[in-house]
Design a protein around this ligand. Sequence first.
Ligand code: ATR
Length: 288
Amino acid sequence: MSAHGSDAARRALLLAWPAGHSLSPAMHDAAFRELGIAARYEAREVPPEGLAEAVAELRGPGVLGANVTVPHKEAVLALLDGLEPEAAAIGAVNTIVRADGGLRGANTDGAGFLRALRQDAGFDPAGAEVLLLGAGGAARAVAHALLGAGAARVGLHNRTPERAAALAAAFAERGELRVLEAGELSGGLERADLLVNTTSVGMARGGRDPDVSPLPAGLLPRRALVVDLVYRPARTRLLREAEAAGLPTQNGLPMLVYQGAEAFERWTGRAAPVAVMRAAAEAALRPS
Ligand code: ATR
């Protein structure tokens, strides 16, 4: 091995199952190159029964940290030495950092979401009336971030209302959360300053745009910024309909880039080259 052998072995890992379509390798490798950091980002296919071993490997030499995604974001908590406050509150980890000789769990989804809102859409959530579609892991991160940023009220609407109720109960002390049943949706849309789709409805499957919206036909907000966390396709049916109605929109790519930037900054201690990361993610999204 050359004198630079240990440098060349530096890496950040993605633990996922499956890992196939992730944009993170393209994004982080471009960032490492841009800053002249001799490291690689490697996606690992880790089945649930292999998670403990994969996390143990992160304690070895050369590992800067890791990202964690479906289906490991919750199971990984028990394997770490500590948690950042957001990760503890959300109950999910998307980033692992080497710290104080151990592994610390972070959740950068919420921070990434807020950065996308503020920097790319020019939207300040303080005092805002929000309507959130969905009640899964992404909804938890987004709801937590919005309440922390001073949103006045967050309405939750989900196909399975019990899940929305559980989310509302979990964050009840952090702010005003309310479950909206189907019949209350149009009123919620009327009042909303911000609509966020955190469900997977509208996401491409097998490369095809399913051309479905998470909102019932004919319903749209009156004046809200419409954010869809889906970025494949780049413009979902929800975003196309919102645009056609003259509403401002944002897809999930800015949040993806900023959650990655927040992870990169923790691993390297350097400011992430966000424009380079975004260009790499966009290039990886384009059909070859
Ligand atoms: P994530 O961590 O990405 O949020 P998740 O926990 O699986 O993923 O949550 C997916 C969300 O999309 C949920 O709110 C889910 O609704 P349910 O709680 O009713 O399952 C929502 N979702 C997925 N497919 C849907 C569909 N066809 N119609 C409506 N909602 C859907």
